[in-house]
Design a protein around this ligand. Structure first.
Ligand code: SME
Length: 225
């Protein structure tokens, strides 16, 4: 029995049954292009305007999905497990720090659920200065140990805040931010930057995020000279 499949396009990413189709890294980008071209062929066939949602349940769809088998990870851990090698691959051939940090923000924001703002702050003496990010406007400088970011640097540890309104000294860049995680990037035993992620849901971050985002920050640490 073939299940109906809904395909829609939103924010320049295709969604299949409400899941974003996002693939990254050299090998994966090729797959992504293949998938998108296949989807476009389907769209042409069904005369589908990409701003609408279509539902297809015939054998053509089945063979289409047989060919471009889409297995999107569902659990948070599964998503991270697939994301980490993709991030490694993404940065492996590119020497430019800013380019790599920018792309890491993009893959995190568009792969994980509820990542409303994702960005790096880079440490310059006693200040964190805004680096590459994805999301709305953010404050450009944070004095250490102010805010969640400053505290993560001062205490050299990942900080998870379930409700930013309950965190004394939280620096609010957007009223839409409800929970936050800040992970220090450590090199030679010093914090050199932080990865800051805000969610528009309360309690969006847990130990799974901590575990995998610390792995992401280990990769990031290697990017600094
Ligand atoms: N909330 C952070 C400030 C940075 S923004 O969230 C982008 C903090 O309290 O350090």
């Amino acid at each position: 029995m073939v299940q109906p499949i809904k395909i829609s396009k939103s924010n320049n990413f295709f969604q299949i049954n409400n899941e974003y189709v996002t693939f990254w890294g050299n090998e994966i980008v090729a797959k992504r292009i293949k998938i998108i071209s296949e989807i476009q062929a389907l769209i042409t066939k069904f005369n589908f305007d990409t701003d609408e949602v279509i539902e297809i349940s015939d054998d053509d769809t089945f063979s289409f999905f047989d060919q471009v088998y889409l297995k999107l990870p569902h659990s948070k851990a599964e998503r991270y497990e697939s994301l980490i090698p993709q991030i490694k691959s993404l940065v492996s051939d590119e020497p430019d720090l800013i380019a790599n940090l920018a792309n890491i923000c993009a893959v995190l924001k568009y792969t994980m659920d509820g990542f409303f703002w994702v960005g790096f702050y880079l440490k310059q003496e006693n200040t964190l200065v805004l680096g590459p990010f994805q999301g709305p406007l953010a404050c450009t400088r944070i004095q250490i140990p102010k805010g969640v970011c400053g505290k993560a640097v001062a205490e050299k540890r990942t900080i998870i805040v379930d409700d930013v309104n309950q965190f004394p000294g939280h620096i609010a860049c957007s009223t839409d931010s409800k929970s936050e995680i800040v992970i220090p990037v450590i090199k030679d035993n010093d914090v050199i930057a932080v990865l800051d992620i805000d969610s528009d849901s309360y309690s969006n971050f847990d130990d799974t995020d901590k575990k995998y985002l610390e792995q992401v920050c280990d990769i990031v640490s290697e990017l600094f000279n």
